[in-house]
Design a protein around this ligand. Structure first.
Ligand SMILES: Cc1ncc(COP(=O)(O)O)c(C=O)c1O
Ligand SMILES: N[C@@H](CCCC[NH3+])C(=O)O
Length: 386
């Protein structure tokens, strides 16, 4: 059992808290970096997945760049010590203030999501007396075959520049004095587990890259975004994602010229498994139709189940011995005043009692960062093991 060695230490901690296994994080980073390096690929960590300081420091030290989606993320990446030339800034609604600040940091590149944004960055760069490096985030209309709410690369999505606007971009780039085109950028969605999706993406990227090159544009960078999924059902079996298989697809199907760099923006696959939300059973309610385990953590600490009906494995880590004996079905819920505040329905667990510690697994990505103070909850704490 994953927590066997440390559950004693958790007893004295005030719950709920996020637990980060920094050793597992390091192993994951090493596996990813090794696989990427073997093809000469560059990975920018998608900070939106988790911007916990300790997590970021390890990622910085492992040699990753940072992919940011707000001015505050850019500032934090710089403050933590990511080199500005390894920082990229995407986002469909960058404010003038955010753009100007990022320009002042001399970040590597803006991933630009509309024709109008290109104009604005050009104007702001002119005012700042700079040349802004940009990549065009293009919406490739490739279906990521993931949850509808985390799909980003279809025509119906707000993200990226539509393909019918490419001529307008090309025209603008030819006359804009303060823009420098670095490359093209794509991100089609998250929690993608079907590798054929990435193959389809490569085919589309090749097509769009050719379109630009035929018009005389030189693309230094092909940025294919992130999206690699993890196994939420068997976190112990598949603790480290198969980065080799993932990068293999791009090595095989993406056409790149000598000197052309391939960039990735992985978030979830790097940090999901190292984090768990640890909570305590406050009450056990045995009903006629249902049994409820009421925890001291709720959707305010981990929003994914309420937002996407996402599955997270739930374990009673105070009672590992009973795993093979009688199990009871519980709806595992939080204290928040919302009916969707539920981590799992009909979850089979050992007969549980008030005070038991419950682990909600694979919560390192889009967990702590999406926490809220709704119901005036305390800010969620973090505990680490190395
Ligand atoms: C532009 C961009 N890049 C990278 C990511 C990271 O995605 P993931 O955590 O699925 O790897 C996201 C989030 O989906 C994103 O919007
Ligand atoms: N927040 C989402 C992923 C969205 C990624 C950002 N585009 C999740 O929890 O799965």
């Amino acid at each position: 059992m994953f927590f066997q060695d440390i559950v004693g230490r958790f007893e004295s901690e005030q719950t709920p808290f996020y637990h980060y296994d920094l050793k597992l994080l390091s192993q994951t980073l090493e596996a990813c970096k090794g696989a990427a390096d073997s093809y000469g690929f560059h990975v920018h960590y998608a900070m939106k997945a988790n911007f916990n300081r300790r997590v970021l420091e390890l990622i910085r030290d492992a040699g990753f760049g940072a992919d940011c989606v707000s001015g505050n993320e850019v500032n934090k990446a710089i403050e933590i010590g990511f080199a500005p030339q390894r920082v990229v800034f995407a986002g469909v609604g960058k404010s003038d203030k955010e753009i100007s600040e990022a320009l002042s940091h001399n970040i590597f590149c803006f991933n630009v999501e509309s024709v109008q944004e290109l104009e604005v960055i050009n104007d702001l760069a002119l005012k700042a007396g700079k040349k802004a490096r940009v990549a065009l985030r293009i919406n490739p209309n490739v279906d990521a075959h993931t949850h509808h709410n985390i799909t980003t690369g279809l025509d119906e999505n707000k993200f990226g520049i539509n393909q019918w606007e490419l001529s307008a971009c090309a025209e603008l780039l030819t006359r804009a004095q303060n823009l420098w085109l670095e490359g093209i950028h794509f991100h089609i969605g998250s929690q993608i587990t079907d590798m054929n999706v990435f193959k389809s993406l490569c085919i589309k990227v090749n097509e769009i890259k050719t379109w630009f090159e035929e018009r005389g544009f030189n693309l230094n960078v092909l940025n294919v975004g992130g999206g690699l999924g993890v196994d939420y059902y068997q976190p112990d079996k598949n603790q480290v994602a198969d980065f080799k298989a993932y990068f293999d697809i791009f090595n095989q199907f993406l056409e790149r010229k000598p000197g052309q760099e391939v960039h990735f923006e992985l978030g979830r696959a790097l940090v999901a498994h190292c984090g768990s939300l640890i909570s305590r059973v406050l009450y056990v309610k045995k009903g006629i139709k249902k049994n409820f385990l009421i925890l001291d953590a709720g959707m305010t600490e981990l929003m994914r189940p309420a937002l996407y009906q996402a599955y997270h494995k739930i374990e009673n880590i105070s009672r590992p011995d009973k795993a093979s004996s009688e199990r009871i079905k519980y709806d595992v819920v939080g204290p928040i005043c919302e009916s969707t505040d539920c981590f799992g329905k009909e979850v089979e667990l050992p007969d549980s009692e008030r005070g038991d510690l419950i682990a909600i697994r694979t919560a390192g990505a889009y967990g702590e960062v999406m926490a809220s103070r709704y119901n005036l909850r305390d800010e969620v704490r973090s505990v680490y093991s190395e």
